[in-house]
Write a protein that binds this ligand. Structure first.
Ligand code: PLP
Length: 489
């Protein structure tokens, strides 16, 4: 690594990105050129034999890559969930990538491992998590790349805790419970850790509970399984579901889990960020009954990808499922004793190598402060509230489920032109969504609930302001006029 080249190339990239962020609202939000294989045709068959100047590389990014990107950082990106980038997140990412240390165990980079223990405790306190999930209260946390990875780790810990009691041959009896709104990663994770696919229970939710999982529904399914000789293993409660932003009642589900010795995981991947505001902390009420909680700062917390916080009440349950102790990693630190002073993070995750994510999250927390981050969340919640009201006030539309955070789910309602014909109403909504996205002015995605096609507007982009939400509403109204007009003919 030549410090001069490093400086020149890095500055060129920063200049390139500065220009990109200045102009990001001018690009079609969703990739304009959707022809599969386009890029392969543009690029050479093989890597160059000799290195090329950075300017040439950036020129190709500008010419060949940018036109094929969906611009997640556009202020008019309302699809899926946000994936925040910020100046502090980028600065933290530069420090992480630039220092490029690998804190898989304390001795491999002591300050990096220790910073992680500090930052996860800071985050846990900001979210109002109970002491028992923090290092300072006997629990602890780790920064992983994604909720998917974190979930596999917790499922492995829950499995080993149960099999330690039951014997390994009883793995076929273990059952995992989730709702029909739970992220699909739990199903994948259960498969990975060896839970028979037929032992993954998808418990139904309904509009009556705002699509939250009720304790009664879980109890019914669990009791049936217990009567058949099966063993309840793991229950997932989600705060801020992917499709609709619903919230499961953590305390009630925690009580069911306790009664049956189940592991309770709280997945707050998206909405966990809102819990830094006291007005949203009620959604995590009962977290003291959880064995683990996770949230993604890389979604709505101004932290560039990737970063997922996972907290566990009993780190030993995690490390006994995941620890390895080969001779070449023997060190003067802990060897898995898991004290906050010296953590071997390799025993808290799947991979050995890992990124120095703590410095990124630390820079975000230092640069914006809790107050700045709360303002960021509240700005989006206020914009989503405005949008929800606007939708509700327009008789052509309906809000499908009351908004809890910054996700609004809505659709064109059945009208006198299409009547109650579900398929025709869905078709109208599909056409509306397609027209809005084809405009290039925004990108919005959909969900299906109770057989209904629903449009989701997820507010949360780091550069998204009220005016962008107002603009997308104007666009939706105009396109709705066109669609409805076609159905009137
Ligand atoms: N859980 C919920 C509620 C989500 O919305 C998502 C992604 O949007 C995930 C889990 C998966 O997160 P990740 O992509 O970090 O694995």
């Amino acid at each position: 690594l030549n410090p001069e080249t490093f400086s020149g190339d890095s500055r060129a990239v920063v200049d390139f990105l500065t220009e990109y962020y200045r102009d990001v609202d001018k690009y079609p939000v969703r990739a304009a050129d959707l022809e599969p294989g386009r890029l392969r045709k543009l690029l050479p068959e093989a890597a160059p034999e000799h290195g090329e100047p950075m300017e040439d590389v950036l020129e190709d990014v500008r010419r060949d890559i940018l036109p094929g990107l969906t611009h997640w950082q556009s202020p008019s990106f309302f699809a899926f969930f946000p994936m925040n980038a910020s100046a502090a997140g980028f600065a933290g990412e530069m420090l992480s990538a630039g220092l490029n240390v690998v804190p898989f165990m304390w001795a491999a980079s002591p300050a990096a491992a220790e910073l992680e223990t500090v930052v996860v405790d800071w985050m846990g306190r900001l979210l109002g998590l109970p002491q028992r999930l923090l290092f300072s209260g006997g629990g602890g946390g780790v920064l992983q790349g994604s909720t998917c990875e974190a979930v596999v780790c917790t499922l492995a810990a829950a499995r080993d805790r149960a099999l330690g009691r039951l014997g390994h041959e009883n793995i076929v009896k273990l059952v995992v419970y989730a709702s029909d709104q739970t992220h699909v990663t739990f199903q994948k994770g259960a498969r990975i850790v060896g839970i028979p696919p037929s032992n993954f229970r998808v418990v139904q939710t309904s509009s009556a509970s705002g699509y939250g999982l009720t304790a009664d529904a879980v109890r019914g399914v669990v009791d049936r399984d217990v009567a058949r000789g099966l063993v309840p293993l793991y229950l997932c409660a989600t705060v801020g579901t992917t499709g609709l932003g619903a919230a499961d009642p953590v305390r009630e589900l925690g009580e069911v889990a306790r009664r049956h010795g189940m592991w309770l995981h709280v997945d707050a991947a998206y909405a966990g960020s809102a819990a830094i505001c006291p007005e949203f902390q009620g959604y995590l009420d009962g977290a003291e009954l959880a064995d683990s909680v996770s949230m993604n700062p890389h979604k709505w917390f101004l932290t560039n990808a990737d970063c997922c916080c996972l907290w566990v009440a009993n780190p030993r349950e995690l490390t006994s499922a995941l620890s390895t102790d080969p001779e070449y990693l023997k060190n003067v630190g802990t060897n898995g004793t898991g004290t906050p002073a010296a953590i071997d993070y390799k025993d808290w995750q799947i991979s050995l190598s890992r990124r120095f994510r703590a410095i990124k999250l630390w820079v975000v927390l230092r640069r914006y402060g809790a107050g700045g981050l709360r303002a960021h969340i509240r700005r989006h919640v206020a914009a989503a509230k405005w949008f929800e009201r606007a939708v509700a006030a327009d008789e052509r539309f309906e809000v499908v489920v009351p908004r809890k955070f910054s996700l609004v789910c809505f659709r064109l309602r059945p009208s006198r032109f299409v009547g109650d014909d579900g398929e025709a109403v869905d078709a109208m909504n599909r056409e509306l969504l397609a027209a809005v996205n084809a405009s290039g002015q925004t990108f919005v995605t959909h969900f299906v609930v109770d057989g209904k096609f629903v449009i989701r507007l997820a507010v949360g982009g780091a550069m998204t302001e009220m005016r962008h939400v107002m603009d997308v509403w104007e666009l939706l109204q105009g396109k709705a006029d066109d669609v409805i007009h076609r159905y009137q003919l």
